[in-house]
Design a protein around this ligand. Structure first.
Ligand code: F6R
Length: 608
């Protein structure tokens, strides 16, 4: 949440800052701003409510130029998303951008007010800013002032700070929110992630928890959480500037949906043995055969991939699994089984609740495995073992390709567990693996139905409510379908386990509420069909998603059908993700919403 960029350059940095912000806009887009130093060393700012284009308009009318600057795109936590609350916040002495939350803002704020500070925003950021300002006024150097302030601030945050008259100094601090340092030629950079810095440099050092960094044009000096000098490894990052273009696609979300066959293939190739065609995971440092129980923790769409995995692990590997949303798990004080394994699933690897849940398990002596898409993320660095999904940068706020890559990874993990526990004969595991290897090809076939889903979207776009139902591993797909629709089209949608409908939600059925039935022909097919009949008997408007075999069961009361390839039921939930994504996408486009940046959302939720 919120994106930070900072540059000390040997050229005008304003266009670099704006470009960096655009790459970080997925993190929040309530307001944006830039602070630089003028030729006389004075702090100058431009800020605008709304998206970065509004800031660009402002910069056209009131241009600025500088060799040093910090910039920010905001997802509001404290204070409304208006210009007064937009970052950078500044006094005459110091300017600051901030991602995260400062918990003890009230107590410090009162103290500062008593010392004569007049606050100009409702943000917690301004408290941190004015604390540094006060230390500067008390005679401390910029570095001393920042370290003194860091000693008092509580919470999870990343900061970028510049100072009046200090043209060769930028300070960054990381506590609980990510921050990367980029190394250029005679230029240095700060960024919330490597993506922001991709066109500027591929040499990145990731700050560690509690680090502070002092940047000049020629280098970086790191201090650890105790304020002691520290060495941080500079790595070459593979993320290139070109990788985040939209190509010929109208939206990132559509591009990312269409990338799924390729990125699922890349992901599968990392977990399958090329010769024996069995699951071969990279060395996790964990003996899978010794695991007695699995706990899966994640948020949102990633949580739904964990729910699907529960069905696979319990059915094939015969191991007990519990799945929980991270925001609940982290405060539940759940006992941690040291013989068990806790799996944390996250596209970003930075989601605050999931990361905190992982730290809780580690602190209790539990073993942790992270399934993440960003190799340099906090979760990837802190977990005992990692499985990387190969989805590549996901820019659209609604998760699509990251979800299906999580599913193929979890499918392979489930088979690896099945092998390790000898829960199925090798031949059977090989057969399931063969079905998994076929998924990218089948996914490409599903994409051929895009026009049908567009036509279906026209039929449901005016609905006020939509229900999704599914059974077994397709129940989480019903939840995911509903989440996709509500987050990008703003239509109210709910997902239910098909068998649960008659325990209440069936009261919602009438002739105007579309009910999307996700029903591959599997062992639960007949049961789902009974639930569909219950809906149709009450005049419900059924949209039936199934394969050719399943479609034999539809009758003229079915409102619409979507035909998918017939596949081994094990992999069906992976394929059924695609039509629910496309349906939500087309409805949103028809309704004219901002598909890639839906209201109130941000891609990477680094606050709790
Ligand atoms: C929905 C969506 C979110 C994320 C959730 C977790 O489309 O994208 O629900 O899945 O915020 O994010 P990660 O996976 O980065 O931990």
């Amino acid at each position: 949440m919120c994106g930070i960029v900072g540059v000390i350059g040997s050229r005008d940095v304003v266009p670099l800052l704006v470009d960096g912000l655009k790459r970080l806009e997925y993190r929040g887009y309530d307001s944006a701003g830039i602070a630089t130093l003028s030729a006389t060393g004075a702090i100058e700012r431009r800020r605008a409510e709304g998206k970065i284009v509004r800031l660009e308009d402002k910069l056209r009318n009131e241009p600025m130029q500088s060799l040093i600057g910090i910039a920010h795109t905001r997802w509001a936590t404290h204070g409304a998303p208006n210009e007064a609350n937009a970052h950078p916040h500044a006094t005459e002495r110091v300017a600051m951008v901030h991602n995260g939350i400062i918990e003890n803002y009230r107590e410090i704020g009162e103290e500062l007010i008593a010392r004569g500070h007049k606050f100009q925003s409702q943000t917690d950021t301004e408290v941190a800013l004015r604390l540094i300002d006060q230390y500067l006024a008390d005679g401390k150097s910029p570095e001393q002032a920042v370290l003194a302030a860091l000693g008092r601030l509580r919470g999870a945050f990343a900061l970028g700070i510049l100072f009046h008259g200090e043209e060769d100094l930028l300070i960054g601090a990381r506590r609980g929110a990510p921050l990367a340092v980029g190394f250029g030629n005679g230029e240095m950079y700060l960024g919330s992630d490597a993506l922001a810095l991709a066109p500027l440099t591929d040499r990145i050092a990731y700050m560690e928890e509690g680090d502070c960094v002092i940047l000049s044009r020629t280098g970086a000096r790191f201090l650890d959480a105790d304020g002691k000098p520290a060495e941080r490894v500079v790595r070459a990052t593979a993320i290139s500037g070109a990788m985040i273009g939209k190509g010929n696609y109208r939206h990132y979300m559509l591009k990312e949906i269409y990338e799924q066959p390729a990125v699922m293939g890349d992901t599968i190739n990392t977990v399958i043995g090329p010769k024996d065609r069995l699951a071969h995971l990279p060395d996790l440092g964990i003996d899978l055969g010794s695991i007695t129980r699995i706990t899966i923790v994640a948020c949102g769409t990633s949580y739904y991939s964990g729910m699907v995995a529960k069905y696979w692990l319990e059915r094939y590997a015969r191991i007990g699994v519990e799945v929980d949303v991270a925001s609940e798990f982290r405060y539940r004080e759940a006992p941690v089984d040291t013989q068990g394994l806790a799996i944390f699933i996250s596209q970003s690897g930075e989601t605050a609740d999931t990361l905190a849940a992982m730290r809780y398990v580690k602190a209790q002596g539990g073993r942790t495995l992270a399934i993440v898409n960003v190799p340099e993320s906090s979760m990837a660095r802190e977990a005992d073992g990692i499985l990387l999904t190969k989805a590549g940068p996901e820019i659209g706020v609604a998760s699509t390709k990251a979800f299906t890559c999580q599913l193929v990874t979890l499918a392979a993990f489930s088979l690896a567990m099945t092998q390790a526990r000898n829960a199925l004969p090798a031949e059977e595991v090989r057969r399931l693996m063969a079905a998994l290897v076929e998924v990218p090809a089948r996914a490409a076939e599903v994409l051929n139905h895009d026009d049908d889903l567009h036509a279906l979207a026209e039929k449901i776009m005016d609905a006020r409510d939509v229900l999704y139902i599914g059974r077994g591993p397709c129940f989480p797909l019903a939840l995911e379908g509903a989440l996709k629709l509500k987050e990008i089209s703003y239509i109210h949608a709910e997902g239910y386990a098909a068998g649960e409908l008659k325990h209440g939600p069936i009261a919602l059925i009438d002739e105007v509420v579309p009910v999307i039935v996700i029903a591959p022909s599997d062992s639960l097919f007949e049961k789902t069909i009974s639930n569909m009949q219950e809906v149709m008997a009450r005049g419900g408007k059924v949209i039936f998603m199934s394969d050719r075999k399943g479609l034999a069961h539809v009758d003229d009361r079915t409102f619409a059908t979507v035909v998918l390839p017939e596949v081994e039921p094990f992999v069906a939930p992976i394929l059924y993700a695609i039509p629910v994504q496309l349906l939500a996408y087309h409805v949103a486009v028809l309704k004219g919403t901002d598909v890639d940046q839906p209201r109130n959302l941000a891609k990477s939720v680094t606050v709790e």
